[in-house]
Design a protein around this ligand. Structure first.
Ligand SMILES: [Zn+2]
Length: 479
C-alpha cells in the first residue's frame, strides 16, 4: 500500500480507532503525557468540555518527537511547522517526486499518524531505491544525476518487462476465446478470474493494483488486442505470400446479418514446396456487380503489395458476376494477369452436379425431403428432442443430433445421412412413440417411411454414395 492509499484509508477510520492506535503505541504514550495540558491550568469552563473538544485540543498539541530520529536516521525536521523530510529521498530520490512531493519538497505534518507514516515510508520502494542510489554514490565517481538516471532506466526496464508479461497473458486469453468462438466481451473477465483462482499471482497483482485506465480489460482494450492479433497474423501471412513464386486467389461474396455485402478473400501459395491456403481478408463492398468486386480485389492486391505476374489462378463460384466469360470478374482480372487461370470451384460444381442428379431420381428426392423433415421435427421441439435422447439412452446409442441438410452447405447431406443411419432404431422408436402418445401425423408418416424396405434401402444406398462424394470433396477443401 502506498502513502496515497494509506491516507485515503486513514480518513475513513473512526476517531475511536485513531485514539486507540495512539494509545497502543508505546513510544507515543510517554510523549503523549508530555504534551497533555496541565490540569492545574484548566479553567472551570473547560472542565465541562465535551470529549470531542478534549480530543481536538489534545491533537492540536501533538508535534515532532526527537526519539523518532533514533529509529529513522534519515529524518530531517529542523522546524516542526514545516514538517518532516527524508534526507535520502531529498538528495537521491528520482524526480519528479512521489505523492505530490511528500517527504522531499512537502514536509509531513500529520503528527497524529506520524509513527505509521514513518514506517510506511521506510518500507516504500521509493525510499529503498533512493537508499540504493545513495549507497552507490558513496562507492562510485558518478554524479547524483547520472545515478538517478541509471536508477530510472533500471526501473523503466523492469516495469516494461512486467507490462509485457501481463499483455502476453491477456493476448493468450483473448486468443483462446476467439479461437474457440466463445463470446469474448462477456467471458474475458471470468477467464481472468479463473486464472487468478488457479494461482496466477502476477495477474492477480495486476488486476488488484493497476489503476482503472491501465487494466486492459475494457471492451475497447479487448477490441484493440484482437486487432493486434489480426494485424500480426495478416502481416505474417502476407510476408509468406509475397515470398511465394506463385499464388492464386479464391473469392466469394455474401450478405452478413446487418445486410452488408462482404467479399471474403482466400489465397493459395507455395511454402517450402507445399501448397498452403489461408483466409486473408474480408472486404466491405457497396454492390455485388463485377466492376465493384474487381475493384475490391485490385485494391486488396495493391494494399498487400502483391505482384500480378505471380497470380496464376483465380477460383470463384459459377455466378455470372464472377465466372462470366464476357465481363465477369475473372475476365477483368485477366487484363492484369493474362495467365491467371480461372477455375470454377470443384467442390461447388460437385455439389451442384450431385443436387441436379438427385432431382432426377424420385426416391432420392423423397429421402432428401425426409431428412429435412426429421431435422425440423426435432430441432424445433425440445420435448421431442428429449424423447429421442431418452430412447437413445435406453438403446445404448450415442447421443447424436440430427444435422440440417442444406444444398449450399457441402457435406451437410453426408453428415445428416450418417446421423440418421446411426440413429435409425432410436428414430423409428421415438417417432412411433410420439404418434401413439400425441397422435402426431408427421411422426407417423416419417416412421412409416423410415421403417419400410424402400426407405431403409435408400438410406443405405445414399450413405454409401454420400460418403464417397464427401471423400472427393474433402481434398478439394484442403482437409
Ligand atoms: Zn526516503
Amino acid at each position: 500500500m502506498d502513502i496515497r492509499n494509506y491516507l485515503s484509508n486513514s480518513r475513513k477510520r473512526s476517531h475511536k480507532e485513531v485514539a486507540s492506535d495512539s494509545d497502543s503505541d508505546s513510544d507515543s504514550t510517554s510523549d503523549n503525557e508530555s504534551v497533555m495540558p496541565d490540569p492545574r491550568c484548566t479553567q472551570p469552563a473547560q472542565l465541562v468540555q465535551s470529549k470531542s473538544d478534549k480530543k481536538k485540543a489534545y491533537k492540536s498539541k501533538l508535534t515532532y518527537r526527537q526519539q523518532w530520529k533514533l529509529k529513522y536516521s534519515w529524518i530531517d525536521c529542523a522546524n516542526a511547522e514545516m514538517g518532516m523530510f527524508c534526507v535520502i529521498c531529498k538528495k537521491y530520490g528520482k524526480p519528479p517526486g512521489n505523492a505530490r512531493g511528500a517527504w522531499t519538497t512537502r514536509g509531513i505534518t500529520d503528527w497524529n499518524h506520524a509513527t505509521e507514516m514513518l514506517k510506511l515510508h521506510n518500507d516504500s520502494k521509493w525510499h529503498k531505491d533512493a537508499a540504493i542510489t545513495a549507497q552507490m554514490a558513496q562507492q562510485s565517481d558518478l554524479s547524483v544525476l547520472e545515478l538517478q538516471n541509471a536508477a530510472s532506466a533500471r526501473d523503466t526496464k523492469e516495469r516494461k518487462k512486467k507490462n509485457q508479461a501481463i499483455i502476453l497473458k491477456l493476448l493468450c486469453s483473448i486468443y483462446f476465446l476467439i479461437k474457440h468462438r466463445i463470446p469474448h466481451t462477456t467471458t474475458f473477465n471470468d477467464l481472468l478470474a479463473l486464472q487468478v483462482a488457479n494461482g496466477d499471482e502476477q495477474l492477480a497483482h495486476h488486476l488488484e493494483q493497476s489503476p482503472g485506465n491501465a487494466m486492459y480489460t475494457s471492451k475497447f482494450s479487448l477490441t484493440s488486442l484482437i486487432e493486434a492479433i489480426a494485424t500480426w497474423l495478416r502481416r505474417k501471412l502476407l510476408k509468406s505470400l509475397r515470398e511465394s513464386p506463385f499464388f492464386s486467389i479464391l473469392a466469394d461474396e455474401c450478405e452478413d446479418i446487418s445486410t452488408q455485402e462482404e467479399l471474403s478473400i482466400c489465397c493459395r501459395w507455395i511454402v517450402d514446396g507445399q501448397a498452403e491456403e489461408h483466409f486473408i481478408s474480408v472486404l466491405h463492398v457497396l454492390a455485388c456487380d463485377a466492376e465493384t468486386i474487381t475493384e475490391a480485389i485490385e485494391s486488396f492486391i495493391a494494399s498487400s503489395d502483391l505482384q500480378y505476374r505471380k497470380l496464376v489462378g483465380q477460383g470463384y463460384d459459377g455466378a455470372a458476376v464472377f465466372s462470366g466469360c464476357r465481363s465477369g470478374v475473372q475476365v477483368r482480372m485477366r487484363t492484369h494477369a493474362a495467365h491467371a487461370v480461372h477455375v470454377h470451384c470443384a467442390c461447388h460444381r460437385l455439389q451442384l452436379a450431385s443436387i441436379q442428379a438427385a432431382k432426377t431420381v424420385p426416391e432420392i428426392q423423397k429421402v432428401f425431403g425426409m431428412m429435412g423433415n426429421i431435422w425440423k421435427l426435432f430441432y424445433y421441439s425440445p420435448k421431442k428432442m428429449q424423447a429421442l435422447k431418452e430412447v437413445q439412452a435406453v438403446l445404448g446409442l450415442p447421443e447424436l443430433k440430427v444435422v440440417k441438410p442444406s444444398d449450399t452447405r457441402w457435406l451437410s447431406h453426408e453428415r445428416c445421412m450418417r446421423a440418421i443411419r446411426k440413429e435409425l432404431p432410436a428414430l423409428i422408436t421415438t417417432l412411433q412413440q410420439l404418434y401413439e402418445t400425441t397422435g402426431d401425423a408427421e411422426a407417423f408418416g416419417l416412421s412409416t417411411l423410415l421403417s419400410c424396405f424402400t426407405g431403409v434401402a435408400s438410406i443405405c444406398f445414399l450413405s454409401y454414395v454420400l460418403d464417397t462424394l464427401a471423400k472427393m470433396m474433402l481434398p478439394c477443401k484442403g482437409r
